[in-house]
Design a protein around this ligand. Structure first.
Ligand code: PEP
Ligand code: MN
Length: 448
């Protein structure tokens, strides 16, 4: 079947060796965990939960450091607390993490000062440095991706179950951050309210495990067919195939051809799947993809991640939602307000403005509110560090500021305060959406 966006390796013998070895390595995630996430996403599709998916555009091998991973988790958990407390909605937390090492590119090559080399395709494929050696597609990088994913996941698992994520330590997550923006103040204030409420509960004798452990899942774009295929395992209980490279995997905007190899591979694994839909997608496209990936209509199987752009979302999104809903299918609708809003500044940085991100999200909520469908989640590129990659936000970052800390290996990410600010904005809109439906708060199925 037609394959697009795949690496080309000169040393095919080495590739075969690496893939065989990967096929023997232990799984990174387990079938039962993938099923659990699928059930949670079914709650999103069923209007009972909200999905927060976020992390780097591209993880890098250099970025594999405890402080970096911890900061990312901290911002995601903080956002989730804002959403849970301010919008009173259960949040399904999914990182773009522990596997997000491969990037689709719109051009195969990059030219600098008359020199043309293969484009950077993520650390899983080649290096970021602009030299022929670094840009060569290297099969050994697949093994490094596996190892880096394993190390990341190991730390994530320790953090989310080992007490770090305990909601009763909410203030500690924030302690090392400068408290000098209105957003941090707002967050601190809310954390204080939550602590008082928790204190009240504990004084009443309520004190159970759900406060100390959070559920957090790993996801990435399943771009590299060789790697994903090698990481597929047959579950010993159900005898079904699972991608064990991550809990949820998604198909990008450039590789979602219904008859293409990517869809063919992913339709055969049992994991929950995401599909990116850009402004070129039609309702018929979405229905065809859903039908191909999920003929049995398994609840939670399909999440559509729409990324239309702030100026197109109001026009392009409604016909897609209407076409899918007309089939009677229940999917999770998630908004990626990042990828339709990228542009290059005069000083040469790829960026996005915080205002455009908010505008696309407002469009997404408006459309769902009008159609009576559930705005099920958000998918963002963010980091826990104070980078200067996206314009605007609480610190009013300008084009000139991008120079000071622009570190992404691919697309620009929201920094910590921009991410927190966005969480408050989303919480407000979610509250409105709920009020509009006059639906009582529903308890999701997973509270057993
Ligand atoms: C991405 O998520 O980094 C990405 C490349 O997205 P899309 O497939 O939507 O362009
Ligand atoms: Mn990206």
């Amino acid at each position: 079947m037609p394959q697009v966006q795949q690496p080309t390796y000169a040393d095919t013998e080495r590739l075969t060796w690496v893939l065989n070895r990967l096929g023997e390595m232990p799984p990174l995630v387990f079938a039962g965990e993938c099923d659990e996430l699928r059930e949670r996403i079914a709650n999103v599709a069923d209007r009972r939960a909200f999905m927060l998916q976020g992390g780097d555009c591209a993880e890098t091998f250099d970025g594999l450091r405890a402080d970096n991973i911890k900061a990312k988790l901290r911002v995601l958990l903080s956002m989730s607390v804002v959403l849970t407390y301010a919008a009173q909605v259960p949040v399904v937390k999914v990182g773009r993490i522990a596997g997000q090492y491969a990037k689709p590119r719109s051009k195969d090559t990059e030219t600098r000062r008359g020199v043309t080399l293969p484009a950077y395709r993520g650390d899983a494929v080649n290096g970021f440095d602009f030299t022929p050696e670094s840009r060569r597609h290297d099969p050994d990088r697949l093994m490094r991706m596996y190892n880096a994913s394993a190390a990341t996941l190991n730390l994530v698992r320790a953090f989310v179950t080992g007490g770090f994520a305990d909601i009763r330590h909410l203030h500690a997550w924030n302690a090392s951050f400068v408290q000098d923006s209105r957003i941090e103040h707002r967050y601190e204030q809310m954390a204080g309210e939550i602590e008082r409420a928790l204190g009240f509960m504990m004084a009443c004798g309520v004190n159970d495990d759900t406060l100390s452990v959070v559920d957090f899942y790993a996801s990435h774009e399943a771009l590299l067919l060789d790697y994903e295929h090698a990481m597929t395992r047959i579950d010993s209980r159900s005898h079904l195939p699972y991608a064990t490279s991550g809990h949820m995997i998604w198909i990008g905007e450039r590789t979602r051809q219904p008859q293409g190899a990517q869809v063919e591979l992913l339709r055969r694994v049992t994991n929950p799947l995401g599909v990116k839909l850009g402004p070129g997608a039609t309702g018929a496209d979405a229905v065809e993809i859903a039908e191909r990936l999920d003929p049995d209509r398994v609840p939670g199987r399909v999440t559509f991640i729409t990324r239309m752009g702030a100026d197109k979302v109001r026009e392009k999104l409604p016909p897609i939602i209407e076409a899918v809903e007309k089939t009677g299918r229940k999917v999770a609708w998630v908004c990626d307000p990042m990828h339709g809003n990228t542009f290059e500044t005069a000083n040469g940085y790829k960026t996005r403005s915080y205002a455009a991100v908010v505008e696309e999200l407002n469009g997404f909520f408006d459309v769902h509110d009008r159609l009576g469908t559930w705005p099920g989640g958000v998918h963002v590129e963010l980091t826990g560090d104070d980078v200067t990659e996206c314009l605007g936000g609480a610190f009013h970052l300008s084009e000139a500021d991008l120079d000071s800390r622009y570190e992404t290996a691919c697309d620009p990410r929201l920094n910590r305060s921009q991410s927190l600010e966005l969480a408050f904005m989303i919480a407000e809109r979610l509250n409105q959406s709920r009020e509009l439906r006059r639906e009582p708060l529903q308890v999701p199925d997973w509270n057993d």
